[in-house]
Design a protein. Structure first.
Length: 129
């Protein structure tokens, strides 16, 4: 309507009728769109999808925290290395996006590398007579 109003101020009023037709078409689409989106909101609320997504996010965050605590913990035996491998395997079950978006990955890898180095050194010390 603003464009039609602007064009109506010119002497020729060229394009005003076209703008009025477009404005009417757009206006006629408002109510069906409102009805559609209110139905989408109603179905979304009834489906419980938002609660399920919040629960999934909380579980994913808890898993990340737990795996992180395990991977940066200084183990005392080869069993600690096995536990770290199991924790990392559980984290790898997440979708790839959540694996790549992990801000703690460098710390985790440093912890896992330190674990491997400790266990290799411990194994070499035990094997030397």
């Amino acid at each position: 309507m603003r464009e039609a109003d602007r064009k109506s101020k010119f002497k020729s009023q060229r394009g005003m009728k076209s703008e009025l037709l477009w404005a009417e078409r757009e206006k006629s689409r408002i109510e069906p769109a409102r009805a559609y989106w209110s139905e989408v909101e109603r179905i979304t609320a009834l489906s419980g999808i938002e609660d399920a997504q919040a629960t999934e996010t909380a579980a994913r965050d808890a898993l990340r925290e737990l795996v992180g605590a395990i991977l940066i913990f200084e183990e005392q035996s080869p069993m600690g290395l096995a536990i770290k491998a199991q924790a990392l395997t559980a984290f790898i079950e997440l979708p790839p996006f959540w694996q790549m978006a992990n801000p703690d990955a460098p710390k985790w890898m440093a912890g896992l590398t330190a674990t491997l180095a400790r266990q290799v050194n411990a194994t070499q010390v035990v094997q030397k007579p």
